[in-house]
Structures are given as C-alpha cells and as structure tokens.
Design a protein around this ligand. Structure first.
Ligand code: SF4
Ligand code: SF4
Length: 324
C-alpha cells in the first residue's frame, strides 16, 4: 500500500474509535439513568469498556498489581486497557495518541481547521515550548510518585475498594454533564488554542502522553530517513504535528513522535522515509495499521478471556451508590 493512503486510513480508524467511544459513553449514560431512576427508565447494561476513560484507575490498579495484590475486580478493564496502551507504546511508539485517542482526534481536527482558516498553524517560541512541554512530565511524575511510590500495597487496595473509586466512571460522566463555569472556560480555552496551535493539550498537559512518549523511546520502531534518497525538501519537518525536524535526523527517537506517519506519507521521494524496526526492517503502512488495531483489541480479548474485564460491583451496590 503506498504511504499516501496512510493518512485517510489513520483518520478513518481514529474516527471509528471516536464513534465507538461516544457509543460507550451513551450506553454508560443510559446505565446510570436506569440506576438513578430506580429502574423506571429502560434497562441498559454497564459497558465494561467505559473504564478505558479511567487511566488513573488503570495506574492505581497496575501499581496494586505490581505490589502483589493481583488485578483488582473493581475496575479491571481500566488496568487491562492501561497495560495494553503501555505495551502498544513499547512496540508501536505513541500510536495510541495518533490512531486511537479521542482527545487527539478532536485536537487534530481542530488544528487542521485552523490551518484551513489561517493558512498556517502558529508555533510558540522555542524557550516557551520547551518550558510548557515540561508540564506534562511534571504531571506524570506527580501521578507516578503519589500512586506508584508513595502508596503502600494496603493503601492502594483500600482506595481501590472505596466507594469513591467504585463510581469513578460515574463521577467523570457527571463532571462532563454538569460542567462548572471554570471547567467550561478551561475547555473553551484549550479548544481555541487547539485551532491555532498543533495539539496543545497533548503536547503540554497530557501526563498519559508523557508516559507513553518515554516508553516509546525504548521501541525498536522508528521513522528512519535514507540520506541517499532524501533531497532535503523539508516537507516532512513541515507536516510533523509535533514539530520534529525529521529532515535533519537519521532516525526519529523523540518521545514527542506519535507514530502518525504524516512525514512518511508526505515524503515525495519514494522511500526516503520509512518506519523501521532496529533501523533495518521496514514495516509497511498497512501492517502498522493492522498491528495498532489488533494490539488494542487483543488486550481486550485477553482481559475478557482471563476474567479481568467485567467489574465485580453488584447491581445492588450501584443502586446504593447512585440511586440516592
Ligand atoms: S516524526 Fe513523523 S511519525 Fe513522528 S510525529 Fe512527526 S510526522 Fe508523525
Ligand atoms: S520529505 Fe522526504 S525528501 Fe523531503 S526532506 Fe523529508 S525525507 Fe527528505
């Protein structure tokens, strides 16, 4: 498959996941309505995949698992999805960010709209860009320290079993359904910035992306430039959504690379750029796309088959917690 087909394919996959996640959100909303209305509204089963929206629960559960408590039965799917995404970063770089994450899909749509309106995207001065990029690593360090390092195995288990954590998904839903003026303002500012800058939330604030980026530096896969074929046209550096100067690199090892293939797709000189494992074995775009989707879904399948997918929270417990 020619690399030029990669962007339509990636965007199709990205929007399929976005649609699927919206559907999950709707089903979960119907479930909460059913419980809160004491069964007077139509029954809807809780979609287990909603826990994909709980990366902090995934981190808590993974830390608890690492400390010998096993995979918790409260939000097991959160752990399964979290670990799957980390494994994905190790094998396929930050492909989660550019192929699956719904926030990144909206963000990419925004900056591309901004490009159509202003004929360009703006770029912050380098010193400010570097300083702001540090924010996401600070947030990541904060979460890792306060959850993985500071919490004992017992404290993790107690928190995981708490009523507060049991309805973390419902709290998130409630947050978005009843946005405070402050939260609305922050979302509006981020959306407005996303039109003029490329992916500001992902680039500066997302601790999940920061963690995936650091893990991805260990990945054998990298965008690799063939210096003999390259004519130094600079297109790859221009189209990179994370402003990596691809044209001046032999291989892209930056934690900012989100594996989007835009550079490879736009390189007009056949195979000057490719995605290579260990700098040698070239991976076709179609195979990369297939692996991204397969890896994500296989995590789900493994979670289901191993009994670590469905929550053990009983319906009566939900009635007690939500039906007040
Ligand atoms: S280097 Fe290429 S694959 Fe990586 S983020 Fe930039 S455009 Fe995407
Ligand atoms: S787009 Fe291709 S030919 Fe142009 S600078 Fe990048 S690698 Fe070289």
């Amino acid at each position: 498959m020619p690399a030029s087909y990669m962007q339509p394919l990636r965007i199709l996959i990205q929007f399929c996941f976005l649609g699927f996640m919206l559907w999950l959100g709707l089903r979960f909303y119907q479930f909460v309505q059913f419980i809160s209305s004491a069964g007077t509204s139509a029954f809807a089963a809780r979609p287990d995949g909603i826990e994909a929206f709980l990366p902090i629960s995934g981190l808590l559960g993974s830390a608890s698992w690492l400390k010998g408590n096993g995979i918790n039965s409260i939000h097991p799917a959160a752990v399964v999805v979290f670990v799957t995404v980390l494994v994905g970063a190790l094998l396929l770089r930050r492909s989660f960010c550019s192929w699956i994450c719904p926030v990144a899909a909206v963000s990419e749509f925004s900056w591309k709209s901004g490009f159509r309106i202003f004929r360009r995207n703006f770029k912050l001065p380098l010193w400010l860009d570097i300083a702001l990029r540090g924010l996401k690593y600070l947030l990541m360090a904060f979460f890792i320290y306060s959850i993985v390092i500071a919490m004992s195995s017992k404290a993790l288990e107690e928190f995981i079993q708490s009523d507060y954590h049991k309805i973390a998904d419902q709290r998130l839903l409630s947050f978005f359904l009843h946005l405070t003026p402050f939260a609305l303002g922050v979302i509006f500012i981020l959306l407005a910035l996303s039109i003029v800058l490329r992916n500001p939330f992902c680039r500066y604030l997302c601790p999940y992306g920061a963690l995936l980026g650091l893990i991805a530096t260990l990945s054998p896969l990298r965008v690799t430039r063939d210096t003999d074929r390259c004519v130094s046209c600079g297109i790859c550096s221009q189209v990179c959504p994370t402003y990596i100067d691809v044209m001046n690199k032999h291989s892209v090892d930056s934690p900012e690379c989100i594996g989007c293939w835009r550079c490879i797709s736009h390189c007009r000189f056949n195979e000057a750029l490719s995605m290579r494992a260990f700098g040698r074995f070239s991976l076709s775009g179609a195979l990369f796309a297939l692996l991204v989707v397969l890896l994500f879904w296989s995590g789900t399948v493994v979670g289901k088959l191993s009994g670590h997918w469905r929550t053990a929270i009983a319906l009566e417990d939900y009635v007690r917690l939500l039906g007040k």
